[in-house]
Write a protein that binds this ligand. Sequence first.
Ligand SMILES: *Cc1c(COP(=O)(O)O)cnc(C)c1O
Length: 719
Amino acid sequence: MAEAEEASLNIRSADLLFTPIPERIARLRDLAYNLWWTWHPEAQDLYRHIDADLWEEDYHNPVDFLRDVRQRKLEEAAANPEYLAEYDRVMAAFDRYMAAEDTWYRRTFGNANDVTIAYFSAEFGLHESLPIYSGGLGVLAGDHVKEASDLGLPFVAVGFIYPQGYFRQRLDQSGWQEAIYSKLNFADIAATQALTADGREVVVEVDLPGRTIYAKVYRIQVGRVSLFLMDTDIHPNSPQDRELSARLYGGDQEMRIAQEIVLGIGGVRALRQLGIHPTVWHMNEGHSAFLVLELVREKVAQGMPFDEAWREVRAQSVFTTHTPVPAGNDAFPLHLMEKYFNHFWPHLGLTREQFFDVALQQQSWGPTFAMTVLALKGSHAHNGVSKLHGHVARGMWHWLYPNVPQDEVPITSVTNGIHSSTWLAPAMRRLYDEALGPDWEEDLDNVALWAKVRDIPDERLWEVRQALKGDLVAIARERVRQRHLRLGSPPQVWPVLEPEIFTIGFARRFATYKRATLLFREPERLKALLNRRDRPVQIIFAGKAHPADDPGKLFIQQVYQMSQQPGFLGRILFLEEYDMALARALVQGVDVWLNTPRRPYEASGTSGQKAALNGVVNVSVLDGWWPEAYNGANGWAVGEAREYSSQDEQDWNDAQHLYRILEQEVIPTYYDRGSDGIPHRWLAISKESIATIAPVFSTRRMVKEYVTRLYLPVAEMQA
Ligand SMILES: *Cc1c(COP(=O)(O)O)cnc(C)c1O
């Protein structure tokens, strides 16, 4: 059965759940089942324009929306000529996209080569209504998949569906983070059952100690790319195994190893059942590295000796490492590996010792089986995610390549980027349509084209920037109102944010190395900075700490408590529940994006790229992607690009420098107005930032690099 037919059959079986849709606009349902709408605001408007309140209530989820919407509203839309014109335009664009033959991949490489790339990731950040991501890694994976679709890559993605997703965040009265898990109903999201060629549902089996575990496979369509997600919350798994896929990064090490076995080994088996035979296997971070073992097992089962099988699998595999933070590199104690793999290694033709040797890493607490080591040894091409991170990773993993100088350790780098359409505010898009021409997106990574941004009239850019800040202020006020209602506290008497005030945004996961509280080192100095009559400042914080990370939660509490102190109240605001929706509002609405990681722990970072695309100016430590982007005129660099012997010294130096540039440069520049009230010097920096960052730090450039530098060379090794 053709894939499209199969999908629509699946959708139709869910028909009973939906409000009957008038025939004239019936394709709203097809549209809902392809996440193409997540990066086409005009497609989202088709739902919003039917019932804007419901669209918000259903958290921008069209599947949910189509179930909840009143039939009368649908009928009104179907009788409204303006709506129908809009509907026809969007559907035509959608059809053109899905049918396009002249994609970048086809144009560049033809379709003669039968390359298929399989991309494995433990999380995918595609939209706020699909909570199967925790932070930057997931959002990057989601952006990668969207771009793979845009460029027309032969590409499938594999991951895990978490019925409880990642947690939703609430702060109690003291500012302590509480995690709320709620059950995700699969009927509410744009997932359908994955089916085999002959129409059977796909269920994979994986052996765990003393039992077999089953995972059912769902499919989510992301433009032209299929994303397959495994779910273990099915009969006949034991309650404990059904919990396995319940939460992203929940549970203990046993749950984690079991999840990673299902992801890596089960993921390969899922693709086999689907009749998909990748020629390139891309592990996005080490969580999926067990796939290497499964691919080797398949070959050994066909009679190939282990060494040869290993060489062949290695030659098809690509691995991206994402963090120099030790906790981000999974490593399992050997007794756990013994428990979970003693039935597996005989199938590889290995002894226990030989098996452990495949990924052995000595750590302070003893020998472990390390996923990063497995992935590095089991892949031909490997990369870090910025030039600086590549350098750091070569140092970190030098011990695996003792015979080469550190600079020649074979870990290259592909600097992260963002999927521009996902993160660009519609109002900014209209400016770019005018300045760059209507087809600028086709040519998104053309640096020369973006020079035209400098021609945008200051008053136009200023007007849009202020409007976006107004949108953010409205969202923040609503969130604060909701919080006060929830806590039963009196409505706030202070104004929550003012659109005329210079606004700094700081939002990211609250891992301690990101140093959210760096600005609090000298509270009096900060208070003075926030409250100058002639140039006041407000700071918005948001971000979740990992549920097991108490130091991270303490940082959140410190920010929250500071925000309640006299002198800070109304000037510092912590917003709960940082997710892709809040991220969009923040990176589009603030004036400055602040980034203060302890160098060199931020492998790349991408939120600052989202901000820059929208005309927000970066003030950032020279870590991750920023040293590649910063040119002295497109934002500010905090601290020095050097190493420190003590963290205290580093923190002190960076904080001093940050205060100084805020006080003497950033804030005065923002408040330096022309006779027309417009900050022309500020807008020059904003334009310089857009022009230099938008074309380079996008997934357009990034995925093209993955194709030409990693995927195709690996594919050609097998030819
Ligand atoms: C972009 C994004 C991130 C990554 O932010 P960094 O500052 O690069 O760590 C994390 N969470 C969400 C919700 C995002 O949208």
